[in-house]
Design a protein. Structure first.
Length: 365
C-alpha cells in the first residue's frame, strides 16, 4: 500500500507509558476499559488528521482512520482467555493455521429513504447489517424502507484468521485450543498460515449461531421489518431467521479477538509489515541487520569450520539415527533463499519445498 493511502497510526505502548499524563491512572484505565476509550481515541485521531491535512481535509471524508497500539509488556496465551478479559487492551500469541479471503466490510453506511429520498449518513454497523432507526425528515415516518448508497458509504478490507496456541503452551494430554481473530484495514493478509504472530486488540463476544443448527439447515440474515419482529417474539433474535426451527436449544456464544496490529512472534524481527518497498526496490530483505554483532561474529566463525554442511545436517533431529540425506534436504529448506521482486512487480519466493518419501514409521514427520 502506498504511503499516502495509509490510514492507521501505530503507537508504541512504551511511548504511552513514558508520557506524563495528568491522570496517573490513565494508562491502567485505558488497558482495563479499552472498549470505552476506543471511540474517543478514534475521534481524536480523525481531528488530528484533519488538522494536518488543512485545506485538503475534504479528501479525508471517506477515510476510516484506526489506531493500532503494539508492544504491550504482557502477552496472554489463548488458553488463559476468560470473560474477565472482555473489552480490555491485550495481546495474544499463537500460530496462524487458516486465513479467509479478504472481503469488504461495511463500517459506516449511507442510506436513502425510499419514501422521501432523504439521506442518512454515517450509520455505524455493529457486527450486523444495521439500517437507520428512522428517517431524518420530520414529516416522513419511514423506518423500514431504505436503500444503501455504496459510493457514499465507508468500507474497509476484512479478514478472519484462525489462530492456534503454540505447542509449548499445550499441557500434557490436552488438545490445542484455537481462536478466531478479525483483521481490518492495512493488517489484512499480513499474517500467513504457519506464521507465529502476536495480535494486539480487544476480546469480544458474539453469538455462535452455527452451533445451534441441525445438519442441513442454514442461517439467513433478513432485512426485516422491525415492527413485525417486535410483534412476533419467536423471531426477535437480531435479524436471524429460522431460529424457530432450531428448537429449544440454548443460544451459545463464542469469543472473538479483534486485532488492530500484528507483530511477528519473534520480537527481534518486529512488525510483519514493516518492510517498506520504497526502501529496497529489488524487494530483497537485509537479513544481516536483523542479527546482533555477536551473532554475526559467531556465524563468521562457523563458516570457517571444515565440513560445515554435514555438521549442520547431523545437528537436525539428533535423536533420529542416520537419514543423512533427508536431514540435508530439511537443512536446505530451513535456509532457503531471499525473496525478490522484479521490476514488473512479480514476487519470486526464496523458499524451497521438499517431499520426503519413505516407508511408514521411519521418522518422516
Amino acid at each position: 500500500m502506498k504511503q499516502q493511502e495509509k490510514v492507521t497510526m501505530f503507537v508504541d505502548f512504551s511511548h504511552l507509558t513514558s508520557y506524563q499524563h495528568p491522570d496517573p491512572e490513565f494508562i491502567r484505565n485505558l488497558v482495563q476499559s479499552f472498549n470505552k476509550y476506543e471511540p474517543d481515541l478514534k475521534r481524536g485521531l480523525v481531528k488530528f488528521m484533519q488538522r494536518i491535512a488543512g485545506g485538503d481535509a475534504q479528501s479525508l471524508k471517506k477515510s476510516y482512520f484506526t489506531l493500532a497500539i503494539f508492544n504491550l509488556p504482557q502477552i496472554t496465551k489463548i488458553r488463559e482467555l476468560r470473560t474477565v478479559n472482555l473489552g480490555r487492551l491485550m495481546s495474544v500469541t499463537g500460530t496462524v493455521t487458516r486465513t479467509t479471503d479478504a472481503k469488504p466490510e461495511l463500517i459506516l453506511g449511507s442510506f436513502r429513504c425510499k419514501e422521501c429520498s432523504s439521506i442518512v449518513n454515517n450509520v455505524e454497523q455493529q457486527f450486523k447489517y444495521t439500517e437507520p432507526v428512522r428517517c431524518s425528515n420530520e414529516n416522513c415516518h419511514n423506518n423500514t424502507e431504505w436503500e444503501l448508497l455504496n459510493k457514499e458509504s465507508t468500507m474497509v478490507d476484512w479478514q478472519k484468521v484462525r489462530v492456534q496456541e503454540d505447542s509449548g503452551d499445550i499441557p500434557a494430554g490436552s488438545m490445542p485450543r484455537s481462536l478466531d481473530v478479525i483483521l481490518r484495514g492495512e493488517i489484512v493478509d499480513v499474517p500467513k498460515p504457519g506464521d507465529k504472530a502476536v495480535f494486539t486488540g480487544k476480546l469480544v463476544v458474539v453469538p455462535d449461531i452455527i452451533q445451534l443448527l441441525k445438519p442441513g439447515e442454514r442461517v439467513t440474515s433478513s432485512n426485516h421489518d422491525q415492527t413485525k419482529m417486535r410483534r412476533n417474539e419467536a423471531n426477535s433474535l437480531d435479524g436471524v431467521s429460522g431460529l424457530k426451527k432450531i428448537g429449544v436449544k440454548d443460544l451459545s456464544y463464542k469469543m472473538v479477538f479483534i486485532a488492530s496490529s500484528v507483530m511477528s512472534g519473534d520480537t527481534r524481527f518486529g512488525f510483519m509489515n514493516n518492510q517498506d518497498e520504497n526502501d529496497n526496490p529489488d524487494g530483497e530483505v537485509n537479513i544481516e541487520k536483523q542479527f546482533t554483532l555477536h551473532e554475526r561474529h559467531e556465524v563468521m566463525r562457523m563458516r570457517q569450520e571444515d565440513d560445515l554442511y554435514t555438521k549442520l545436517a547431523r545437528s537436525i533431529a539428533p535423536g533420529v539415527y542416520g537419514h543423512l540425506d533427508v536431514k540435508k534436504g530439511i537443512l536446505l529448506q530451513l535456509f532457503g533463499g531471499i525473496q525478490k521482486k522484479t521490476k514488473e512487480g512479480i514476487k519470486l519466493r526464496g523458499d524451497i519445498n521438499i517431499c520426503i518419501v519413505g516407508d511408514p514409521a521411519t521418522a518422516k514427520s
